[in-house]
Design a protein around this ligand. Structure first.
Ligand code: GDP
Length: 296
């Protein structure tokens, strides 16, 4: 079973005599444990290295406060650095554009994209009193558009009527037109996913982006995918451009390392967390909670 980082570091520092400031040697021993903790939490290796270097810079020479042990001091420095790297503020959905504001949802199939679309729509409706229209652009899986319609009925948010045979860009344009003519504040566009990244998917998503000019392009990623999350995030960032991340299945036992990797590699904020299958299982991102989870 995983032993928390605080406990591990406590053991190391119990063996050291207390000194006024943390030495390079003390910090080195502690950072080996931090490195293991991060790798166990599924943080990508380049990100682990970068993180460790940042902590080292802050920790070596730091005065140990009277009220804490050297171990607790290092844990505090590690924790604070992690929160900083995760992005200290929880950012909301950006709706700073002329109505109807297009919000594009992208990601792999099964990541929780359609569910998250409905969850965000419900949140914008109830918390921000927005009139939201949802449209599924998934023309490959016949059940996908129907799935969004059912979710729409459940959360009582309008969905674009289904017209069989239309292509994603045409559907997106029709959604924006309906959004304009019927006075919607937000149009959420749920794009198709694939099991893996492929050129066709990227080209399709990019053409929808060009046709709608979204205020937000949210990448939905399953927290359980760990290391793969980085590949997915890099591809969507380079080929489509994303503005934020929605991390799903945080209710599972993933340690959340994907959050740190994606934030570092894309530089984009994690905006929301999916915490269950129900339509209201969506939470704002709190870096300190994820930091605690990553450190164990
Ligand atoms: P899509 O293919 O990306 O659109 O994925 P779906 O939205 O259809 O979700 C796939 C499955 O994951 C469904 O059974 C959802 O109920 C489930 N799911 C989505 N988000 C979460 C979450 O945050 N936690 C859990 N436990 N399940 C989720």
């Amino acid at each position: 079973m995983f032993e928390g980082l605080t406990g591990r570091l406590g053991d190391i520092f119990d063996r050291l005599t207390r000194r006024g400031a943390l030495s390079e040697e003390d910090v080195g021993a502690a950072l080996r444990e931090v490195r293991i903790a991060l790798l166990e939490a599924d943080v990508a290796l380049p990100v682990v290295k970068q993180f460790i270097a940042g902590v080292k810079e802050k920790a070596v020479g730091a005065e140990v406060l009277r009220s804490v042990t050297p171990g607790q001091m290092v844990v505090k420095i590690v924790h604070d650095h992690l929160v900083e790297m995760l992005g200290s503020v929880s950012e909301g959905i950006n709706l700073e554009a002329a109505a109807p504001v297009p919000v594009l949802m992208v990601g792999l199939q099964g990541s929780g994209k359609t569910t998250s679309t409905a969850k965000i729509a419900l949140r914008l409706k109830t918390r921000e009193r927005k009139k939201v229209l949802m449209a599924s652009l998934d023309t490959r899986r016949p059940a996908a558009q129907e799935q969004l319609k059912i979710l729409g009925e459940q959360v009582q948010v309008a969905t674009l009527p289904i017209v069989p045979g239309q292509q994603p860009v045409e559907i997106a344009k029709r959604a924006m037109l309906m959004g304009r003519t019927e006075g919607y504040d937000v149009v959420m566009l749920d794009t198709a996913g694939r099991l893996a990244i492929d050129d066709e998917l990227m080209a399709e998503v990019a053409s929808v982006r060009d046709a709608t000019k979204p205020a937000e392009t949210l990448l939905v990623v399953d927290a359980m995918t760990g290391q793969d999350a980085v590949t997915v995030a890099t591809n969507f960032q380079d080929r489509v451009g994303i503005t934020g991340i929605v991390l799903t299945r945080i209710d599972g036992d993933a340690r959340g390392g994907a959050a740190l990797s994606m934030r570092q590699i894309t530089g984009k904020p994690i905006k929301l967390l999916g915490v269950g299958e129900k339509v209201d299982a969506l939470e704002a991102f709190h870096p300190d909670r994820i930091a605690g989870r990553i450190l164990g």
